[in-house]
Design a protein around this ligand. Structure first.
Ligand code: 4AD
Ligand code: MG
Length: 482
């Protein structure tokens, strides 16, 4: 047989030139064997759907068929035929089947059935072979691409902030240290402290918690930039919304005030949702169907009010509600759960809003995405622009249904004096920050920016409930397998 060039399953399924010969390659999802005919569902990751291969055991040979099980990889050459069953319109009648790699059914961890997400996390090296994770990771790619497209269309420059830094941008002290010192026997100074001048960089360094500070330097030169890179936080919070390693998108713009900042955030989020609806429909439909089946298992009051696609369209078609933190506190204090003592964390001006508060505002009160601004300065980072009231800063958080905070950002303090004072007040060492302060000394301008947690966005778009399931290899406390 002449070597045919491989056609991807996504392209085969679009064809209707029955009688043509094609070659497909992929992994066996299921294999149904009967005496006279076998059916193989083959998937190559290009699309959620499988191509059905119809195999006549006499043509292909029992010795080959016996080697084909779920998970095996095949190269199949055959003739396109009109599908007899429902589902796809085209299938392949096999002329030649080559087993590229066997998957011994006694040991292959994935069965042709639904596995729990927890089980699949333990098989993290293979879970992308399932329909579910195929869908999630195709969408993840599409979202990453759409982010670059959105900012490129607007003339923003993609900016690479360093991954190893000497600073704690958020001032929360949640850094992973980077060192080449011998931990069993570190060099010491005269007073017994670890001598970091002997460390690789000649100082203490850590993995970045945010690319913002270096992004600000770029915005004050290139005008509008965005970062999109890995971010690391050693917060010991084992929740369904936190990762120790996650990806963040951080646009930073000169000459933007907080209103421009909010407009950009809203436009970006809607662009991403629209991109998913326009380009990931098959995967979204699969996820929606799966979610609806799951919802049926839940008690009525815990069910999500909207199917996935409707929820995405809803965000696309509604303006986000904008209000200040102070107004939000009023709403929360007036709420039923506050009056009935149903919030775990009591509501008081000055508190850091908990996920239960954020979700009440979004899901119960306004019933749409919410942007909160002007938070108490004591619960926000040092770089935020201080309001004249002496109490609040020009922060903005975007809150999403089912997620809570998806974006955190602010207008930045552009006054050298005010910023310097705040840094001193918060006890941030100036030798860490001199270069950041310098931007306020030379040609400072009003500017703003925000950070979108990529995996939180993925949670929203896929409807998945746990952030570990929207990143290929989750890093969480006590877990860095694969
Ligand atoms: O609100 P955060 O901490 O803001 C910053 O880091 C700013 N420097 C951003 C900026 O203004 N340029 O984080 C921003 C977003 C959060 O809203 C959340 O979506 C996500 O990053 N995020 C996390 N995602 C997953 N796991 C974690 N541990 C996260 N911490 C923050
Ligand atoms: Mg935040």
């Amino acid at each position: 047989m002449t070597e045919l060039k491989r056609t991807k399953v996504v392209d085969v399924l679009k064809r209707s030139d029955y009688g043509s010969e094609v070659c497909v390659k992929g992994w066996v999802r299921t294999m149904r064997d009967s005496k006279n005919v076998a059916f193989i569902a083959l998937n190559d990751g290009s699309v959620i759907h499988n191509v059905q291969i119809v195999v006549d055991p006499l043509t292909i040979g029992e010795n080959i068929l016996n080697r084909i099980h779920t998970g095996a990889s095949l190269s199949v050459t055959g003739t396109l035929i009109e599908s007899q069953g429902s589902g796809q319109s085209v299938e392949l009648s096999a002329k030649e089947v080559i087993v590229l790699g066997e998957a011994n059914p006694d040991f292959y961890p994935l069965q042709p059935k639904r596995h729990s997400l927890e089980f699949l996390r333990e098989k993290g090296h293979l879970r992308m072979r399932t329909n579910l994770f195929g869908a999630i990771f195709r969408i993840r790619h599409a979202m990453a691409f759409a982010i670059h497209e959105f900012f490129n269309n607007k003339g923003f420059k993609y900016w690479h902030s360093p991954i190893i830094t000497g600073s704690d941008a958020e001032g929360a002290g949640e850094m992973f240290q980077v060192t080449t010192l011998d931990l069993n026997n570190p060099p010491r100074t005269e007073d017994g402290e670890i001598d970091y001048s002997k460390d690789f960089f000649g100082k203490m360094t850590n993995m970045t918690v945010s690319g913002q500070l270096e992004g600000e330097l770029a915005a004050l030169a290139l005008g509008e930039i965005y970062t999109f890179g890995p971010t690391f936080r050693a917060e010991n919070s084992n929740t369904s919304r936190h990762l120790a390693e996650f990806w963040m998108i951080e646009p930073e713009m000169a000459f933007y005030d907080i209103h421009d900042n909010m407009d950009l955030a809203e436009e970006m989020l809607q662009y991403l949702v629209k991109y998913a609806l326009d380009n990931c429909k098959d995967d979204l439909l699969f996820l929606e169907k799966r979610l609806l089946e799951e919802e049926k298992q839940k008690p009525q009051n815990e069910r999500s009010p909207m199917p996935l696609i409707e929820k995405l369209e809803f965000v696309l078609n509604n303006k986000f509600e904008r209000l200040t933190y102070t107004q939000a506190i009023e709403v929360l204090k007036d709420s039923k759960p506050a009056k009935n003592n149903k919030f775990e964390f009591p509501v008081e001006w000055g508190i850091d809003l908990q996920s239960e508060h954020e979700r009440y505002l979004v899901e119960k009160h306004f019933k749409k995405p919410v942007i909160l601004t002007d938070y108490p300065r004591d619960i926000k980072a040092f770089y935020m622009k201080q309001n004249d009231d002496g109490k609040t800063v020009r922060a903005m958080d975007v809150l999403f249904p089912g997620i809570g905070e998806i974006i955190g950002g602010s207008q930045r303090e552009e006054s050298y004096e005010k910023l310097k004072k705040r840094i001193d007040e918060m006890g941030i060492p100036e030798e860490e920050m001199w270069w950041f302060l310098d931007t306020r000394k030379f040609g400072t301008v009003p500017h703003s920016g925000y950070g979108l947690g990529f995996e939180r966005m993925m949670l929203f778009v896929t409807g998945m409930g746990n952030i570990r399931d929207v990143i290929p290899f989750p890093r969480t406390p006590k877990n860095a397998e694969f």
